[in-house]
Design a protein. Structure first.
Length: 764
């Protein structure tokens, strides 16, 4: 190992050698490609974590972010590469700009998968992520006429060398009506000072990007050509939904074939598969791996009942939501068309369940012949976990209570985490250096050591924290101006809500606050300091109300900016095409972290952890991991408001929520909602969209924005007042940074391994 590291270091000193000419004579693209090759060699020299038993983390998404800097940091090459480039008058930052971000995920679930691979690699666990090589991934978002536009994100066609390496594996997947062949691509996932994990992505050989017409539209009936073009093709019609089932089965069949072949190669006789493989099913998109594995085992001569037991011992399922509409449920007729070979298996699994349990809620196939993927996962795996303490408790006591009664020992919690390599060391190097100077660098491998920061609290440390925040805000200001021409004031409070656009996350609550603040300024009630409200969010292309919220935010942004008084005190910015790269700029610059989901609905959240680690304070409901953050930092160091999850669940059960009565009885709510249809807003935007949103809030408000409105306003006001006492504020930030250690994904992964996977770390 020591030799490998030395060799790696030696190789790393030669950018020019990789470029084939002196640095000074290279274009930035040539330097980028040289670094890419250097990193790939260094990663290969380290090798991948090995062991008899291997984790296969199967996921439709891996939101990995740009790789160059992160890999350089993890391989210990960052400083010398930076210095070598600087000596030749070149900048690593400029090269980073050339890299396009892999568009392989959409939200928290995909980013979690990426953090988990980083931690598996770092902890020495033999692990692979398995997913799909989407050509255009999630759409690229732009704003036109204050609306979201979607275009393909052709991240793979960028004329540079790629992190993806074509593996020699080729497999065939049989659908009901035709066969396809697939090719496997590998991306090395470097660990921090360790060997690597791998991200293994399947593509279909018949994929054809020429199918894409007009924006992100394409003929979804051309399955073989369109299969891997996009992550989550529009599923507002049956053609789109069937295409998703094709995608999922393609992923699952490839994964199952690969796993069995590899395990046999490592010595498994397949009856002992659980000694060789742990399969983690990331939400329900990979659920068909269960019947597919059973099918392949039966094909290899194992009796059905035994195959079912083997698969149960191998598979574990992670649930990421309690929203009923997000739990996948496919008509059996779709499966019959896509993969008829697994339908009899699913029917037999369903029949088994029916024999032992009559409860309709837990059946795999319901009376309308819909297959409930999560139900299949729970019956056919040995572990079902939620992703934060509150979420797991709601699953156990409410949403999945009948399953819990059947299988109490299978339920467990694994509170999410984030990798501190990307979310502090890489994105906030000044903060990381300050921590090193203050408590040493042991926290980089054992994040709980961050608590020691509290022993060093004094004016000097708090002053340094404030100065770092200020510089990060300036850096963000420079970036957003370059990115989309927006000018923001680093003197102002940066109040940030960045996450996928969804009604349950309640960006509309923040929007109503901003309208209320604007109306207040117009009426002469000035804030203590300018507030810059920053949103980052993509809306699913077919999610109309989510797009209406984006439209209203963009219209309001224009209205406020055009007002010569208000624009001195309030600014609303929506980041175009929010992604990991934008998050890396934004999060270190935030003062306020908005985590305002309707209590009980956000399974965990992971942005909340990233903001905390970067010294922002949370304004949040007692939901998801916010509850655990509050417990760790104490009531004085977080700003919470709103109804509790118990109250919300009771409200839903009573079914008597009436938004109209709030609208009529609360003047501020009425004024804010009415403003959506004001002359100024209508002049900035589309009356239909604004009207639809106002109507939705007044007449439905399914995620109960109004009952929390007053409490939100009051707590945000208290928070903005607190922000004016710099020393006390920074002291609260310090507590948040110090207590963030629990949320390292190294802790999460160690728990998965202890309780579910039982892998042996590669000790070399
Ligand atoms: O998973 C997210 C949850 O909403 C977060 O609370 C949680 O922190 C995170 C990681 O556990 N879920 C998520 O991102 N889901 C999806 O993006 C999704 C996409 C497609 C679909 C269902 C869910 N059909």
């Amino acid at each position: 190992m020591a030799d490998a590291v030395t060799q790696t270091r030696d190789a790393g000193t030669g950018i020019a050698r990789y470029a084939g000419k002196p640095i000074a004579n290279c274009t930035n693209l040539e330097l980028f490609n040289a670094l890419l090759r250097m990193v790939r060699d260094a990663a290969q020299a380290r090798g991948t974590n090995q062991g008899k038993k291997r984790l296969y983390y199967v996921s439709a998404e891996f939101l990995i972010g740009k790789l160059l800097s992160n890999n350089l940091i993890n391989l210990g090459l960052y400083e010398q590469v930076r210095a070598e480039l600087a000596a030749a008058g070149r900048s690593l930052a400029e090269l980073e700009e050339l890299e396009s971000e892999p568009s392989l995920g959409n939200g928290g679930l995909g980013r979690l998968a990426a953090c988990f691979l980083d931690s598996c690699a770092t902890l020495g666990l033999p692990a692979d992520g398995i997913g799909l090589a989407y050509h255009c991934g999630l759409f690229r978002q732009s704003f036109l006429g204050n609306k979201q536009c979607e275009t393909p994100d052709g991240w793979l066609t960028w004329g540079q060398e790629s992190w993806m390496r074509r593996a020699s594996l080729h497999q065939t997947v049989s659908f009901g009506d035709f066969d396809v062949t697939s090719t496997l691509y590998d991306i090395d996932v470097t660990g921090y000072g360790s060997k690597c994990a791998r991200l293994r992505l399947f593509d279909v050989d018949s994929a054809d990007e020429r199918l894409i017409k007009d924006g992100i539209a394409f003929d979804k009936r051309r399955v073989a050509q369109g299969l891997t073009l996009f992550l989550y093709p529009d599923d507002s019609d049956d053609e789109g939904r069937i295409l998703r089932v094709y995608q999922e089965y393609f992923m699952c069949s490839n994964a199952a074939q690969l796993i069995l072949a590899e395990c046999e190669e490592r010595g498994s006789n397949l009856r002992d598969l659980a000694d060789y493989a742990a399969v983690q099913i990331n939400d329900t998109h990979p659920s068909m791996i269960i019947p597919e594995l059973i099918r392949l085992l039966v094909q290899r001569g194992i009796a059905f009942d035994e195959a079912r037991g083997i698969v149960r011992d191998v598979c574990a399922y992670t649930n990421h939501t309690i929203l009923a509409e997000a739990l996948e449920c496919w008509p059996k007729s779709f499966l019959q068309r896509v993969a008829p070979q697994i339908v009899p298996i699913i029917e037999r699994l369903d029949a088994d369940v029916r024999k032992s349990c009559k409860e309709p809620f837990v059946q795999i196939v319901d009376e309308h012949d819909n297959v409930h993927m999560a139900n299949m996962d729970i019956h056919l795996s040995h572990s079902t976990n939620g992703v934060a303490a509150l979420h797991t408790k709601i699953l156990e006591d409410v949403e999945l209570a009948p399953f819990r009664r059947l299988y109490p020992e299978r339920f467990n919690n694994k509170t999410n985490g984030i990798t501190f390599r990307r979310w502090c060391i890489a994105c906030n190097p000044e903060l990381a250096a300050l921590v090193d100077r203050t408590i040493g660098d042991g926290w980089r491998h054992d994040a709980t050591q961050l608590e020691r920061l509290l022993e060093h609290e004094d004016d000097a440390l708090l002053g340094e924290l404030a100065a770092i925040k200020r510089r990060n805000k300036e850096r963000f200001a420079t970036w957003i101006e370059r990115h989309q021409g927006a000018k923001v004031d680093p003197e102002s409070v940066f109040d940030v809500q960045s996450k996928r656009l969804h009604e349950y996350k309640r960006q509309q609550l923040n929007l109503l606050w901003a309208i209320d603040a604007y109306l207040g300024i117009k009426a002469g009630k000035l804030p203590r300091r300018k507030v810059t409200v920053i949103f980052g969010a993509k809306a699913a292309p077919a999610y109309t109300i989510a797009k209406d919220v984006i439209h209203a935010i963009l219209c309001l942004s224009q209205v406020v900016a055009a007002d010569p008084v208000a624009n001195k005190w309030l600014q609303i910015v929506m980041i175009e095409n929010y992604n990991v790269t934008a998050a890396e700029r934004l999060i270190p610059a935030a003062d306020i972290s908005e985590q305002i989901s309707l209590a009980s609905k956000e399974a965990s959240g992971t942005g909340n952890m990233k903001f905390m680690l970067n010294g922002a304070l949370t304004l949040g409901t007692m939901d998801g991991a916010n509850v655990e953050i509050a417990g760790l930092v104490g009531a004085g160091n977080i700003f919470t408001f709103g109804e509790s999850s118990d109250e919300v669940i009771a409200r839903y059960q009573r079914g008597d929520y009436d938004p109209m009565s709030y609208y009529q009885d609360d003047e501020r709510i009425k004024a804010a909602v009415d403003f959506l249809l004001s002359h100024d807003m209508l002049a900035a935007g589309d009356g239909h969209s604004l009207d639809r949103l106002a109507h939705e809030l007044m007449c439905k408000d399914w995620f109960m924005t109004f009952p929390d409105f007053d409490a939100y306003l009051a707590e945000k006001d208290r928070m903005l007042e607190a922000a004016e006492d710099e020393a006390t504020w920074q002291s609260k930030c310090l507590v948040n940074i110090a207590k963030a250690g629990f949320f390292s994904s190294d802790r999460t992964i160690a728990e998965y391994n202890r309780d579910i996977w039982h892998l042996t770390p590669d000790a070399d």
